[in-house]
Design a protein around this ligand. Sequence first.
Ligand code: DHE
Length: 568
Amino acid sequence: MSKRNRWLMGAAVVAALPLAVSQAWAQQAAPAATPQAALTAAEKESAKKIYFERCAGCHGVLRKGATGKNLEPHWTKKLPDGTTQEGGTTKLGASRLEKIIAYGTEGGMVNFDDILSKDEISLMARYIQEQPDVPPEFSMADMMGTWKVIVPVDQRPKKQMNKFNLKNMFSVTLRDTGEVALIDGDTKEIRSIVKTGYAVHISRLSKSGRYIYVIGRDGRLSLIDLWMEKPAVVAEVKVGFDARSVDTSKFKGFEDKYAIAGSYWPPQYVIMDGETLKPFKIVSTRGMTVDGEYHPEPRVASIVSSETKPEWVVNIKETGQILLVDYADIKNLKVTTIESAKFLHDGGWDASKRYFLVAANASNKIAAVDTKTGKLAALVDTKKIPHPGRGANFKHPEFGPVWATGHLGDAVVTLISTPSDKPADAKYKKNNWKVVQEVKHIGAGNLFVKTHPKSKHLWADAPQNPERELAESVAVWDMADLSKPKKVINVAKDSGLPATKAIRRAVHPEYSADGSEVWISLWGGKTDQSAIVVYDDKTLALKKVITDPKMITPTGKFNVYNTQHDIY
Ligand code: DHE
């Protein structure tokens, strides 16, 4: 059996593949256990599936570590006394690993005792002591085999066929069902539930505002046409086995001509036709880290499209290199490689949209790229593990324009001064690229911060905090006076839903198009009722709880207008 067929036979992944490929995979017999292997073939398949679904995102498929620790056997077989036990029993190591998997660590590893059974935890503790499998590559031929145009461009509507206010539509990730819900921001009704990839991750908008690009953890990219009477998927392609990022070409003259998607595995990005998703070019991201070491798995983290030049900013996690990919001539692709720091993750524009700020989370830094000069503008030291989402821009009463990030590893929201061309802002120049304030948050474990040009408020969540009370709450500051006590809102209590055993994480504040409402996901367990809780941004009063039996594990929400125009 080829490596390609051996890798990831997990049901979710097989189900996500086109029929021909999934049948070919399914027909392969499971690999036989090697004499020295501690796991049976069935155990290994089951562990592989769990690892892919729950662990690979942070630790990498080769287990070299990034957001999560290195999980290669030379570490996982280490015993508490620091010695490595080869051969013999690994019981002690396994029980220590079981504890970490079950209860998490202060270093940021989350607990899995509410997601995995005891047997599964024990299985994973054994699995990660074995050598990692190397997954197969995914070539242009593989990709073309998955490409489907469901509604050809000439058969798509010529004008908007529904009466929805598309600007205020929200594309909501239903994480564990592999769907997005399109929710009408005006009426709060679910207009359509669209099947996408496994554990869909983000939605991004076309420059035109007509199409939503949705990418899932199984690498499936779906293109949704909002002009259809009932918005639906019109094209899809699988860009790899695991992916997180997508955008289109947004520079004048190239609007939506191309789409780009970055994958975690194989480590590469693909440039496609913006309207059909036909793949044109695949570029590998394997190479040297900023420390001069070869890395076999440098995953593509965030991607954003510049409006200053025909370029995408492509952030490569493990190498710490930021790529400016010039798409003016994709046959003769020009790529500028900007050295920053490890491990690059998520980020967003400053208010002028000239600088892109991205978290280098293992270095506790924010890297800022100047997309006009094509150079690194700054590397700013911050508190532990910055995680901005796309960040938040506002004018600080004392320090002028700032961009905000929260932290997974510290209970602060960091404000960084950003440059401005406006003569009135010249007095703030001396602060540029400095941390001007650290605002005390309710706890560590923040993932997303958000504001809106029409708002006075800054919102921050704390879904990864181990304390239920904090993970289920958000904090709101008055940006005119950040020294005023923040308001802490317990979203789970406000939802009125009965308490559940699993923590219902309050995650990802997102504004309505006019900036008057803030939507927060209440992300419960797969079998619990989840909700989206809507607040009036001016009064901070509860406005609406959106629930529905189909509202399963909502996480990211992407307002069409705000996402289309990078408003945050
Ligand atoms: Fe995300 C953005 C990677 C876990 C919700 N997430 C991103 C981006 C990356 C990323 C690289 C930036 C994309 C871009 O801008 O182009 N996320 C990862 C991981 O590797 C990680 C840590 C582990 C994994 O297995 O995926 C991870 N992310 C999560 C979650 O568990 C979250 C909270 C819930 C979920 O739906 O999976 C989650 N990630 C999000 C959201 C965004 C995101 C909502 C987009 C934020 C935005 O406002 O743009």
